[in-house]
Write a protein that binds this ligand. Structure first.
Ligand code: KG4
Ligand code: ZN
Length: 349
């Protein structure tokens, strides 16, 4: 069996994965920088890139040590080329490119969001196309219609904050330690989601998302009701914390679900997928299952390890390119931002 090796270093996780020549993930190692960034309440870009530099070689050695595979078994190498924190992207990208060059095998630069977009197919390869895919993370909120493994349309995007960013910011306001999203999810499970009312984001013409109004309404509700926490003590929280987080989470998820339902009506997909860190959210997962049952559409939400940033999704996209016989990307360059053109037909190079 031959293998493809892939790297992901776009933000605060150093990750390396191996996928076999049939497209099955063989190994996915993630070295988290959570502890390093925690004291700062969020990711510090300069520290993130230095940590990647520290972690990448030990992780590279570990993935071979833990398997009977060696460099001789590799047929291609892939790496995230952006969007992301450019100092972080460049660590994995340069390492991967140099490695492929030294082994004389093809190198593929992978768009991080495209890797998220196809991640629902890692475990469900037969999910039918066209598939409506929601990519929601700390940096992005995009809705795509994937026509096949190469072609997709961007249907909608956020006009301001990303969904994960909204969870992180309101969590931060309540002094929840970084990363706030998973903790907001946990606390919201115990809250009354009807206690606080937040406005439904209104956007004219189109299916775009907007979360900044909701976030402002959250801050305003705290102020109006004189709600604040001196410190975050999880064992000793007042009831309003659970309730306000449950109410906020419901508003964010309802907004995402509203867009999905409208997109289903308009584009008539044959399946639904959700990807990115926010796909780990309990309420969103439940609602997707409900829509799938209501509309009789098969769905896929990757396991949590493949939702948050990981190299398995980069390996899968690299595998698709390699299998297609795509040209090697040695001439390509890394990038920090990327604008998907809306409604336009996207085609791989
Ligand atoms: O995909 P990801 O790991 O990194 C980015 O590319 O941004 O996503 C991280 C985001 C963070 O904003 C985090 O708070 C959010 O996903 N997140 C969640 C949950 N788990 C992670 N948000 C809500 N509920 C969760 N369970
Ligand atoms: Zn991501």
């Amino acid at each position: 069996m031959k293998y493809i090796l892939a790297f992901e270093t776009s933000c605060d996780d150093t990750s390396i994965a191996l996928i076999d020549e049939e497209g099955n993930i063989f190994k996915n190692l993630i070295s988290s920088q959570l502890k390093v960034h925690k004291p700062y309440g969020g990711v510090v870009p300069e520290i993130a890139s230095r940590e990647h530099l520290k972690n990448i070689i030990p992780l590279y050695e570990k993935i071979f040590l833990e398997s009977s595979i060696g460099e001789k078994d590799l047929v291609a190498i892939g790496s995230t080329m952006g969007p992301g924190l450019i100092g972080s992207v460049l660590v994995g990208y340069s390492f991967a490119k140099a490695l492929a060059y030294s082994l004389s095998i093809p190198f593929y630069g992978i768009n991080h969001i495209e890797a998220h977009l196809y991640s629902p197919f890692i475990e469900k390869r037969d999910l039918p196309f066209p598939s409506l895919i929601l990519v929601v993370s700390g940096g992005h909120s995009h809705l795509f219609l994937a026509l096949n493994f190469e072609k997709y349309y961007l249907i909608a995007a956020t006009r301001d904050d990303a969904a994960g960013e909204a969870f992180d910011k309101v969590g931060k306001k309540l002094k929840i330690p970084y990363p706030q999203g998973p903790k907001v999810d946990k606390l919201a499970r115990k809250g009354n989601d009807r206690r606080y009312k937040f406005p439904t984001p209104k956007i004219k013409n189109g299916l775009d998302f907007s979360f900044s109004g909701l976030k402002t309404a959250f801050m305003f509700t705290l102020e109006k009701n004189s709600l604040c926490l001196e410190k975050f003590d999880e064992e000793n929280l007042p009831l309003w914390v659970y309730d306000i987080l449950a109410s906020f989470e419901k508003s964010v998820v309802n907004h995402l679900i509203d867009r999905i339902e409208k997109a289903i009506e308009r584009f008539k997909p044959k399946s639904i997928g959700v990807a990115g860190g926010v796909a780990a959210n309990t309420l969103l997962r439940q609602k997707i299952i409900e829509i799938s049952e209501k509309k009789l559409l098969p769905f896929s939400i990757p396991k949590i390890e493949y939702c948050t940033d990981n190299a398995a999704m980069v390996a899968f996209k690299t595998y698709l390119k390699w299998k297609n016989g795509s040209n090697s990307d040695f001439e390509s360059d890394a990038f920090a931002t990327f604008d998907f053109k809306k409604y336009e037909f996207m085609e791989e190079k």
